[in-house]
Design a protein around this ligand. Structure first.
Ligand code: SF4
Length: 467
């Protein structure tokens, strides 16, 4: 079956198929649609269309859709209504098309999603690489694990598919990026441009109750590719995509298996590649230095809160003291840090928000991202908020795709949380110390200067247009 992997058109510059929270960003940011890319690497003769990156409109899709038999759409909680409308339009134009939804939202709400639209033939739950491969090979639906499908008026949920254990068997996603995507259009505020995002592993054993993917999609068992396989892909990238300035390993937490990281550092060091990773704030100095010496540039770290009790309730598994020590060591080793914070988690008050701001300033991260706490269906945070009556609605965005608060507390309203996030960014970035530090970073290289300039311009544009 000729298969299309589709990140559907929605809001202008909507960052969705590779992002943990689908939304329009305030800084220059667009993630690769990695999950679709990995499945496309496995399915022969397929094509990947990333509508936000290619400005592909629904009208254009309707003109080309008859070329495809199987259409795999990546969906998210904030965009689900839009995704359903896209599916309906495609089905109307091409009634023979088999439309399959994927993504964390429909992995949890599979039956509900199928009931809501007859345009969708099936939902491929959780990691969908082999589920889609088998569909494309016309295996009987009843025999495909991980599939929920329509059979007459019935909706059938097949048994779960175990997560992919031998990740080396998946193809190189970078080959799909090169074949189908405009690489120059993808940006992350902390990565040198142009960058490439790949996974060296999947899943995360930590138990953070707000975190979407391990609870709904990838699971809590961390699986790694072999170092040999990752290095082979890096060599392929070096040869075939020489314009790439940085490789970002977007594993939930790249640093879980420290002996794997050491082995990887040894292997990548001679290649003289610049790379960055998602890291937990619990690594020792020696490992951080080894990573830096092997070409690592940036660590993306989920600090979440500056309040110990909130971290405990969220089951973060790392203390404020560990975070401080880790960040000091990372900077000492010469690594840059991007701090992720969340405002509005259970237990949040105006005082704890101030505590988190103070903590963020004291860490002196090079860049930060502050998100509004969001309870996604299928997470423990969702159950907790639902039980306590904190939830106003599921994850949501405004008419331009910007994130909206959906949790409200008796003493901290969703409006308070929304304004606190705006205020946090402003108070963190517009400080003489931070501005001076950024100038110094910009002076290090033209590539750093370009990165900082582009991200700052985007943020200023947001500030002006949001007034
Ligand atoms: S450590 Fe990071 S990726 Fe793992 S569960 Fe916690 S927030 Fe999610």
């Amino acid at each position: 079956m000729k298969t299309l992997f589709l990140n559907p058109p929605s809001f202008d510059r909507f960052d969705s198929a590779g992002a943990r929270f689908a939304a329009t960003r305030k800084t220059r940011s667009l993630w690769y649609p990695a999950w679709l890319g990995y499945a496309a690497a496995l399915v022969p003769n397929s094509q990947l269309i990333d509508s936000p990156a290619t400005n592909t409109t629904l009208d254009h899709l309707l003109k080309i859709i008859k070329k495809f038999d199987l259409i795999v759409i990546y969906t998210s909680t904030p965009s689900i209504n839009n995704d359903l409308q896209v599916a309906q339009s495609l089905k109307k134009t091409h009634p023979q098309a088999k439309i399959v939804f994927t993504g964390p939202h429909v992995s949890v709400l599979d039956k509900q999603t199928l009931k809501s639209s007859p345009a969708i033939m099936a939902v491929a739950r959780q990691e969908f690489d082999y589920t889609i491969l088998e569909l494309s090979q016309k295996k009987p639906l009843s025999k495909i694990k991980g599939l929920t499908y329509r059979k007459g008026s019935q909706i059938i949920r097949n048994p779960n598919r175990p997560p992919v254990h031998n990740l080396d068997k998946l193809g190189f996603v970078s080959k799909v990026y090169q074949r189908d995507l405009p690489i120059n259009r993808y940006h992350l505020p902390f990565c040198l441009h142009p960058y490439l995002a790949i996974y060296a592993g999947r899943g995360c054993p930590a138990r953070c109750i707000f975190c979407l993917w391990p609870q709904t999609f990838t699971g809590r068992i961390y699986r790694k590719r072999s170092v040999k396989n990752v290095i082979k892909e890096i060599n392929w990238i070096k040869k075939n995509l020489p314009q790439i300035k940085e490789i970002f390993f977007d594993d939930d937490t790249f640093t879980i298996n420290q002996s794997w990281v050491k082995e990887f550092c040894q292997a990548i060091k001679p290649l003289h590649i610049t790379w960055s990773v998602n890291a937990r704030a619990n690594l020792p100095y020696n490992l951080l230095k080894t990573m830096k010496d092997a070409g690592c540039r940036y660590l993306i770290v989920g600090y979440e809160s500056g309040n110990q009790q909130i971290l405990k309730t969220m089951q973060k598994g790392v203390t404020l003291e560990q975070m401080k020590k880790f960040t000091h060591h990372a900077h000492q080793a010469g690594l840059m840090t991007h701090g992720d914070f969340i405002l509005g988690l259970p237990g949040e008050t105006k005082q704890t928000i101030n505590q988190t701001l103070k903590f963020a300033k004291s860490l002196d991260c090079d860049t930060i991202q502050v998100s509004i706490a969001t309870a996604f269906p299928g997470t423990e945070l969702y159950s907790l908020c639902q039980k306590k009556g904190y939830l106003t609605k599921p994850a949501s965005v405004d008419k331009k795709g910007y994130q909206l608060p959906t949790i409200s507390y008796p003493k901290l309203s969703s409006k308070d949380i929304y304004h606190a996030v705006e205020n946090f960014h402003y108070k963190f970035y517009f400080r003489p110390r931070y501005i001076l530090k950024t100038f110094k970073t910009a002076l290090k290289s033209p590539a750093e200067a370009k990165r900082i300039l582009l991200s700052s311009l985007e943020y200023f544009k947001y500030l002006i247009t949001s007034k």
